[in-house]
Write a protein that binds this ligand. Structure first.
Ligand SMILES: [Zn+2]
Length: 269
């Protein structure tokens, strides 16, 4: 009988030990699982932060879409949408905050292309830009616009044409020549150390490639972009092989339909 009790006690103790073991193992497993969850949760939080950071970095840069001919769309870091000389190509969907027109010719002034406009959309044409016969500047907060000389050839009167220099909130500047030949003001533009400069160079209605290269040298921007490279006919608004003949050491060719990020290149040249 005594033996039976001893055996019973041992058996109970064994079962108890086994049970607690299982329970503590289970508890350990649960702890580990919670730990793992936390690790993976914090991992995904970090990942989310990374994505957010990337997006923030991206959104601090303005973007420029070349739509062909002299038509550009710029989306600023603030998300404001600017159309310049609407006429060619695709990409007129985003609502406009600002429309800039350099002169009255049909291939620059197709305002009906921009159907979507914000209620406070501003339109600045050569008329406003040359108010009182003087080149005006406009400060809209997200961009400063300076009208500059354009014309100086038989098709374009300096009193009815302008170019624009846009300076964005991050300091990046873009000059669009509009339709022009070399202007008297160009050497003075060099002081601004512009980031991007667009030069017309069709050689029919405007200056030809060598004169455009001479202008690029005078203005001395960090990136010289040939645009309005051919006369607008037969729906052809860009010619890459002609753009490649634009002779500037700072040449940047943007293809029709291509969008680039506008960055300030801090190094002097
Ligand atoms: Zn034109």
């Amino acid at each position: 009988m005594k033996k039976f009790f001893v055996l019973f006690a041992l058996l109970t103790a064994f079962i108890f030990a086994a049970c607690t073991g299982t329970v503590s193992n289970q508890a350990e497993k649960n702890d580990k699982k919670t730990e793992q969850d936390q690790v993976s949760a914090s991992g995904s939080v970090e990942q989310e932060n990374e994505t957010e950071k990337e997006e923030t970095v991206k959104s601090t840069k303005a973007k420029l879409l070349y739509m062909g001919h002299a038509s550009l769309r710029i989306t600023t870091a603030e998300g404001k949408v600017i159309y310049i000389d609407p006429f060619a190509g695709d990409g007129y969907g985003p609502e406009a905050d600002l429309i800039l027109v350099t002169h009255a010719h049909f291939d620059h002034n197709a305002l009906d292309k921009v159907k979507n406009r914000r209620s406070d959309c501003r339109t600045i044409t050569w008329k406003e830009a040359l108010d009182g016969g003087k080149h005006q500047t406009f400060d809209l907060g997200y961009v400063k616009i300076e009208a500059v000389e354009a014309g100086y050839n038989k098709n374009h009167d300096v009193k009815e044409c302008v170019g624009y220099i846009l300076t964005f909130s991050d300091g990046v500047s873009v000059y669009v020549s509009g339709d022009t030949s070399k202007t008297e003001q160009m050497p003075a533009l060099a002081e601004q150390k512009l980031d991007y400069a667009f030069y017309c160079c069709d050689g029919v209605y405007n200056m030809d490639l060598p004169e455009a290269a001479e202008c690029a040298k005078l203005v001395g921007a960090k990136h010289d972009v040939p645009y309005h490279v051919v006369p607008p006919k037969d729906g052809k608004y860009f010619d890459r092989s002609r753009a490649e003949q634009f002779d500037s050491p700072n040449r940047l060719i943007i293809n029709e339909g291509e969008e680039i990020e506008l960055v300030s290149d801090s190094k002097e040249h």
